[in-house]
Design a protein around this ligand. Structure first.
Ligand code: PLP
Length: 363
């Protein structure tokens, strides 16, 4: 990224030589991303974050086509809120946090029979809070069958490190990514749009991104994003193996050190990077405070929502009782996580839960 923050700091939309050089860097970044996710360059639109990509897919589709938007109850608020804003429909999820394809099919059929035209279905590839992986092939098959006119969007913000995005783009019409979730800079997002899929832009103005998202492109940002995504893709297989082993150490360690601890969703249904546990009878706000004091950075709900200590809508949608959900803890693992980090986290979590239970006299 550095050259594009220094000597290459030109507006890629200009016509002079420096601008053309910057534009080449943007074109190459777009090509690199397209190659990595199995699309053509024209299908890759740069945005400012995952939230903007999700909002564009939903609000832009309803603005362009009318009709009804549908998403799952466990979506990130970047999807859920725009769907609510256009009076959309929410699909229930199972106890694992994923939408059941057959139930979705029945819901889409019922909407069709009631003459509601669903024009947008948005189902996340990986849940940000509990880490559940959605069977996107099953979802796509049902959407194509029961709502053939709908555009299928997926929020794949949490998927990039763990799943081959080529397999996802082959199934959907639009996909959202956020660079900082795979080692890129903060403040860059991607929204893919298949040929012929054209939501109205949220931002109008200079006509950048072929009129699909106006605003001057962050050259260094998109270059960094493209390299981070290509490296993530190249290293994915070995990272998945390495981090899954660390997650086993972490979750098994906590389950054996803390009486009554619950692994929220089975490991074979979740990505290696998310370890989600519940400690019934423990207030997670107090737990987070103790963990933070010991240098263990964790979250009670989704990382984006931490700070707002409301009960998690994701856990509620999975039917998890409030008394259990209030003791929820999400620990994230990534490429820098070591076995020593895991051992320390297990020790600190166990000691902190024990301390809180002593205080309240539970278990
Ligand atoms: N979607 C999911 C699943 C997320 O986890 C996040 C952020 O954590 C977002 C969307 C929002 O992405 P951004 O922070 O880039 O706007």
């Amino acid at each position: 990224m550095l050259p594009w923050l220094e000597v290459g700091f030109a507006n890629p939309n200009g016509s002079h030589a420096a601008a053309r050089t910057a534009r080449r860097a943007v074109d190459e970044a777009r090509d690199r991303i397209a190659d990595t996710i199995g699309l053509t360059s024209g299908e890759v639109v740069f945005t400012s974050c995952g939230t903007e990509s999700d909002n564009t897919a939903i609000a832009g589709t309803i603005a362009a086509r009318g009709g009804v938007a549908l998403c799952s109850a466990a979506e990130h608020h970047a999807v859920l809120d725009p769907v609510m804003h256009v009076n959309g429909v929410v699909a229930p999820v199972g106890t694992d946090g994923a939408v059941d394809a057959n139930e979705l099919g029945a819901q889409l059929r019922a909407l069709r029979e009631a003459s509601h035209e669903v024009t947008l279905v948005s189902i996340m590839a990986v849940n940000n809070e509990v880490g559940t992986i959605t069977d996107m092939a099953a979802i796509a098959a049902v959407v194509r069958r029961e709502a053939p006119g709908a555009w299928l969007h997926t929020d794949a913000v949490q998927a990039a490190c763990w799943l081959d995005l080529r397999e996802i783009t082959a199934l959907v019409d639009m996909m959202s990514l956020s660079a900082h979730k795979f080692g890129g800079p903060k403040g860059v997002g991607v929204l893919t749009m298949r040929d012929g899929v054209r939501p109205d832009p949220l931002l109008r103005g200079g006509g950048q991104e072929r009129g699909r998202r106006s605003g001057t492109t962050d050259v260094a940002g998109v270059v960094g994003t493209s390299v981070a995504l290509a490296e993530t893709d190249a290293e994915r297989a070995s990272m998945v193996e390495q981090i899954a082993a660390l997650k086993n150490e972490l979750v098994d360690g906590i389950l054996s050190a803390v009486d009554g601890a619950i692994e929220t969703v089975a490991r074979d249904r979740t990505v290696p990077g998310v370890a989600h546990l519940c400690f019934p009878g423990v207030e997670n706000e107090a737990l987070l405070f103790l963990l933070d004091r010991e240098g263990v950075c964790a979250s009670a709900a989704s990382a984006c929502a931490s700070g707002a200590m409301e009960p998690s809508h994701v856990l509620a949608s999975m039917g998890i009782d409030r008394s259990v959900a209030s003791g929820a803890l999400r620990l994230s693992l990534g490429h820098t996580t070591t076995s020593d980090d895991v051992a320390r986290a297990v020790k600190v979590v166990a000691a902190s839960v024990a301390r809180l239970r002593q205080r309240t006299g539970s278990i």
